[in-house]
Design a protein around this ligand. Structure first.
Ligand code: NDP
Length: 481
């Protein structure tokens, strides 16, 4: 079985304690590779290498750093199909989604920040003829980057690209569930011309390798994407060091369907937003709030469409939904459904069961697209993030009630509003407590806009100049002539 290695100081490095974890393929539930079960010792080696490399990397001309990132983007692009296959095998992602979204977006992340860094501006203020104030942005040092399993390469590169472009060096810890594309990326660093120590990747578990990175005194900033409860632990561990933090966290995203919507578009959009990548995208819709007069028509058509989604082999182009990421996650999703239906809080409209597929797919973690009708807004299934192919449907009578329901969870990540009335669209966009609002669409992104969450969905914003600001510290210098 292939064993992947950490990438430290420009070299593939086996874990210092010699221990490995099995890496399972969600498609058939079989272990197919091994990854380092790294400890604080490996993290220490990576952080020291990154700290040594910092001075010369930050002093490289930004054009030279940009050129290296562009070379890395080109190398990924040449191997797009291999990356898409690996992402699909590791995560259970339908391969077409990896081809169309994840891999192009990872390439784009490097190209975008290679360009953005060339256009960074600093300010000068002439206070009087003799006094000038000017500002200067500088990288912070070793950036600790912790990424989740649902969009493994896309989210990892969303952090690595701005961190390197701004002159920081990096120690990254990808999710232990999906290490393969991060390893393939590390294999390209030397050919792209990234100097040894500038970008290090340490594989392993969150509570060991991740924790050691968060608590390392030589790592002044942590960019974390993952669960809200994990972020609370990271925040506590980082607090004594006054680290700069960016948290992109969970969501319980509402989709608001007003009776005056374009029904076809709302159905198509909500189906995609609820079940794309098996519902394992932080931006997925997990609560559909439908105006009462439209509820019967909407639910009937939505359920029929959910039943028609093709669930199966993630390596086949025609598959819309692959398996969930792990056995543990499958059981977690099942647990939410059985509690919601057992205590009468939710009425199952379709799905709710795991799927046992045969042949090569036997043993895979497949789950049916699931729709539940729920009225009690305090129900666990309404309040907690399930992060699977599960969406609830509830109804509202008035605009005020729609907003109240939309805002009634601790999360504030994203929402989609479906209406043909521009006033309703504007009012709802203003009133909903979500940092990302889509009107009559979903998951369209411009990399320049601020991205992050409100409430328990995160702190800090990344994206465009917001990333450049996060990965740098601004100084004010005052000069008298
Ligand atoms: P987790 O919070 O479990 O893990 C995220 C990362 O943190 C993993 O690399 C994990 O390692 C690591 N980790 C776990 N515990 C610690 C710790 N104590 N110290 C340091 N690192 C730790 O999230 P998931 O991987 O399960 O991802 C799903 C979550 O991510 C969902 O809540 C989802 O909404 C959210 N998410 C948010 C996004 C956003 O942009 N807002 C985008 C994508 C996902 P390991 O896996 O090895 O344990």
């Amino acid at each position: 079985m292939e064993a992947i290695a950490n990438f430290i100081d420009g070299r593939m490095s086996p874990p210092l304690n010699g221990r490995y974890l099995d890496n399972y393929c969600p498609r058939d539930g079989k272990a197919y590779s091994r990854l380092p079960d790294s400890t604080a010792e490996d993290v220490e080696a990576a952080v020291k290498a990154a700290a040594r490399a910092f001075c010369s990397w930050k002093n490289l001309k930004r054009q030279e750093r940009a050129a290296i990132l562009l070379r890395l983007a080109a190398l990924i692009e040449e191997r797009s199909e291999a990356f898409a296959e690996a992402e699909s095998r590791d995560q259970g992602k339908p391969i077409e989604l990896a081809r169309m979204v994840d891999i192009p977006r990872a390439i784009e992340n490097f190209r975008f920040f290679a360009g953005a860094i060339l256009h960074q501006e600093e300010a000068a203020f002439q206070t009087s003829p003799e006094i000038i104030n000017y500002t200067m942005r500088q990288p912070l040092g070793v950036a600790g980057l912790i990424s989740p399993w649902n969009l493994p390469l896309y989210l990892l590169t969303w952090k690595i690209a701005p961190a390197l472009a701004t002159g920081n060096t990096v120690v990254a810890k990808p999710s232990e569930l999906t290490p393969m594309t991060a390893f393939m990326l590390a294999e390209l660093f030397n050919s792209a011309g990234i100097p040894p120590g500038v970008c290090n990747i340490v594989f392993g578990r969150g509570e060991t390798a991740g924790d050691a990175l968060v608590a390392h005194p030589l790592v002044p900033l942590i960019s974390f994407t993952g669960g809200t409860d994990t972020a609370a632990r990271i925040g506590k561990r980082a607090a004594p060091f006054y680290k700069k933090l960016s948290f992109e966290l969970g969501g319980k995203n509402p989709g608001l369907i007003f009776a005056d919507c374009d029904l076809e578009a709302a159905l198509r959009g909500s189906l995609r937003s609820s079940f794309l990548n098996q519902g394992e995208i932080c931006l997925c819709t997990s609560r559909l709030l439908v105006e009462e007069s439209l509820l019967p028509r909407f639910s009937e058509a939505f359920v029929a469409a959910a039943q028609n989604l093709k669930v199966g082999d993630p390596q086949k182009s025609a598959t819309f939904m692959g398996p969930l990421v792990s056995q543990e996650h499958l059981e977690k999703v099942e647990g939410y459904i059985s509690r919601a239906t057992a205590d009468g809080q939710g009425k199952l409209l379709t799905g709710g069961k795991r799927l046992s597929l045969e042949g090569e797919l036997e043993g895979g973690y497949y789950f049916q697209p699931t729709v539940l009708l729920v009225s009690d807004q305090s129900a666990e299934i309404i309040q907690e993030e399930v992060f699977g192919p599960v969406v609830t449907v509830s109804s509202f009578r008035t605009y005020e009630e729609a907003i109240q329901l939309a805002n009634q969870t601790r999360y504030g990540l994203a929402t989609s509003i479906w209406t043909q009335n521009i006033n309703t669209a504007h009012r709802a966009a203003r009133d909903i407590e979500a940092a990302q609002v889509w009107v009559n669409t979903w998951m369209n992104r411009d990399l320049r806009v601020p991205f992050g969450g409100m409430k328990a969905s995160g702190i800090g914003r990344e994206g465009g100049r917001h990333s450049i600001e996060f990965y740098t510290e601004e100084k004010n210098i005052c000069l008298q002539i």
